[in-house]
Write a protein of this length. Sequence first.
Length: 388
Amino acid sequence: MGCTIIGSGKSLPPLTVENDDLTALVDTSDEWIRQRTGIHRRHISVAESGTDLAEAAAREALGWGRSDALGSVIATPGLMPAEAIDPASIDLLVYSTITPDTLVPSAASMLRRRLGLDRAAAFDVNAACTGFIYALSLAENMLAASACAADQGVGRPTMRRALVVASERLTRITNWADRNTCVLFADGAGAAVVEWNPDRPGIRSFYLRNDDDPHNALTCPAAYDSVIPFATDGVTPDVMVEGNRALDSCDPALAQLDAELEVDDLVAEGRPRQSLYMHGQRVFKFATHAMVEAVEHVLDQAGLALDDVKVFVPHQANERIIAYAAKKLGVPIERFQLSIAEWGNVSSACVPMALADAYASGRIQPGDNVVLVAFGGGFTSGAVLFEA
């Protein structure tokens, strides 16, 4: 018995930005971006919120189809459920994001209200680009624990179905003057519905890992701007006005990073303090190692070999990272789902969006073994192996 994926979907904002469009912002070219990232174009939200994108993707995964209220959001199904899923049958909603529309209420709560999931417990997860892997693993564990409790006659509420969503608007935290990062990031959402099924294997194994990132090679400080009107132990309100300066004492690496990037000068020029910073070489080195390790672990736990896997669905951070990991595994790149060319790096939404693409193209058929694998800031990494 296991937790089986019964529906998936994705959504994109309508605005498409080609590589050539970025040449007006930074010193770059279509050829430079394609060769180094594999990205041809990306989608950027203008009026669309993260909740709009999440709702559109979730509706496709639930088999409800698009809503006119979502305007021109592009939504497509991946795996179509056998029939439209009753909202009353969704017991759990786990939502991955690093770019929520609000801090309170949670993104999950806002989506729950939109979809009318009156019975669902709902909460957010932030594991950076590995967020969907973490969220899916959490959902599987909660459904498994519920099924186990029911089998043992323990008086707990039964959870049978979960909606797992990842929605990101990375362009809201992108520094458009940094050519090393602004060419990468984009907006979108992906979703999957999972169901506890005593007759199918479903998710066969998962692997979650965290490694320290002492250099903050992938980071985005929070932009707290409130003034604290009290002075204590030499910390004056004037210091607190700087917002993130309070973080310096708990993480000296952030203060050092601010100095190295000359953040104060950038802010004076009108560029946002709250934007993504990435040290490409350090992230590349971690990513290739982490992806290989995660894949090997989930296969070992399930007692399967690389040849037993039909499709690998990786985080779409950079095509070169995927190709390098494939080479280290000894797996042809053709067995990896590559969607990055059309919509870029959408953080935790990449894996469910690429999964929807793989289903929509017919690459995944019933009985196939599929590996989802990702890495992200933190550093986080993980993988899920499931039988379709």
